[in-house]
Design a protein around this ligand. Structure first.
Ligand code: BGC
Length: 446
């Protein structure tokens, strides 16, 4: 692709999440969350934990300096609900809010626009344990009110300085891996119904939180972050085509059509009938100002019984594979952005996450020459550039992630950062990919 100049005002930055980087899990009155429990149950593959992670809770000034030196103007971080309300409801822990105060002030001083995400998976454990009639956590409607209250509390403290608010991060991943197949906290294997309930209740909680914040503040940019990955069939066989369509409905459309259109995908309506109540469609719809998209790859799906929705992963056609064994398919990002333009009225979107893990090596010169990650970013930015050239309303690109961090069920072994973290010394070393993104951000050119 010939050199491309991004439009003026196009935003550059990085994303992180509280649980993956903060560490300091037992300081300043923080309550426990479902990932603490999941870890204690021995469910993390490499046996590590997020107890220290990047120690960002104490080292955030250094991390802000890394963002600034890169020339990034935007940073998405998440707020840990159990720091703000240790039991998920009621009493507020001021020391938890103080931490985010310090972080936000530091970002603003560095000239970086803070974007706060309210929920990146650290659900207070008591909310999971308080099983209402339909089950705990995101299984029931009991969580809607507490989430809206939490949103109100955080916004009351920070909205004078934080103008951009994302409600959720990847409700589909929470629902499928946390409640459906048990690979993420809280580790339930509730199958289809568990997945759909968790999706619907996150939609409802999100709608309530958006309204709660909007009722008390004006001039904010309100949105949410979805993991959207085009679902393509493994073959032309009708059963695979149908399976990919079902997976598309589950993975992408419950969340996307929920918030943007107030719709439940027709393919799933019957399965969701028992818990979608009158008024819910109106409650989940909200005219968000900005949609965050996390894109990693397409999903190649086939019909296979014995899994939720009788769908399973097929064989992807791709350029290469990442260290997660995820296919590298930058075309999927272009397809996705194009579809949002043509099928959803071209809403304002930004890339809230895009990145890859590789088994990085520290070279003799002490640097990390992560050429594969650089190529990954380049190719995905080319897709963004192509989409922009065709009129897609993409406002910015935030890589995943600033730092190597706690990669959920994989533990610390998988490194997604553009900055290496040595977990023994906490030394940060910017990788070649950091310098690459920095050069693009500073020049506005690819
Ligand atoms: C999540 C991140 C995660 C990344 C890589 C996204 O699904 O939002 O928390 O680390 O992908 O797996």
């Amino acid at each position: 692709m010939p050199s491309f100049t991004f439009p003026p005002g196009f935003r550059w930055g990085a994303s992180t999440s509280s649980y993956q980087i903060e560490g300091a899990l037992d300081v300043d009155g923080r309550g426990s969350c479902v990932w603490d429990r999941f870890t204690a149950q021995g469910r993390i593959q490499d046996g590590t934990s997020a107890a220290t992670a990047c120690d960002h809770y104490h080292r955030f000034p250094e991390d802000i300096a890394l963002l600034k030196a890169a020339g990034f103007d935007s940073y998405r971080f998440s707020i840990a609900w159990p720091r703000v309300q240790p039991t998920g409801t009621g009493a507020v822990e001021p020391r938890g809010l103080d931490f985010y105060d310090r972080l936000v002030d530091g970002l603003l001083e560095a000239g970086i626009t803070p974007m706060a995400c309210l929920y990146h998976w650290d659900l207070p454990q008591p909310l999971e344990d308080a099983a209402g009639p339909q089950g705990g956590g995101w299984q029931g409607r009991d969580i809607i009110g507490p989430f809206a209250d939490y949103a109100r509390i955080v916004a009351a403290r920070l909205a004078d300085r934080v103008k951009e608010w994302m409600m959720l991060n990847e409700p589909n991943v929470v629902a499928i891996f946390g409640y459906g197949v048990g690979e993420h906290a809280p580790g339930h294997t509730l199958g289809e119904q568990g997945i759909l309930r968790a999706l619907h209740h996150q939609n409802l909680a999100q709608g309530a939180a958006l309204r709660a914040i909007a009722a008390e503040h004006s001039g904010l940019t309100l949105g949410t972050v979805l993991n959207l990955q085009p679902s393509v069939p493994d073959s032309d066989k009708p059963e695979d085509v149908a399976a990919a369509a079902r997976w598309d409905a589950v993975w992408n459309r419950v969340s996307l059509d929920g918030v943007l259109r107030g719709e439940i995908p027709a393919l799933l309506a019957e399965k969701m009938d028992s818990f979608v109540l009158p008024g819910d469609r109106e409650a989940i719809r909200y005219p968000i100002d900005l949609l965050g998209i996390n894109y990693y790859s397409r999903m190649t799906m086939k019909h296979e019984e014995g899994h939720p929705f009788d769908v399973w992963w097929g064989e992807a056609q791709c350029r290469r594979w990442t260290g997660m064994a995820w296919p590298v398919q930058p075309e999927g990002l272009y397809d996705l952005l194009s579809e949002l333009r043509t099928g959803y009225g071209n809403p304002a979107v930004f890339i809230a996450e895009n990145g890859c893990a590789y088994d990085d090596v520290v070279a003799e010169d002490g640097q990390i020459h992560d050429a594969e990650r650089v190529l990954y970013f380049r190719e995905h930015l080319e897709s963004v550039a192509q989409a922009l050239a065709e009129g897609c309303n993409v406002t910015g690109y935030l890589c995943w992630s600033l730092l190597d961090n706690f990669e959920w069920a994989y533990g610390l072994a998988k490194r997604f950062g553009v900055v290496r973290v040595d977990y023994d010394t906490q030394k940060r070393t910017p990788k070649d990919s950091y310098h690459f993104l920095s050069a693009v951000a500073k020049s506005g050119r690819l």
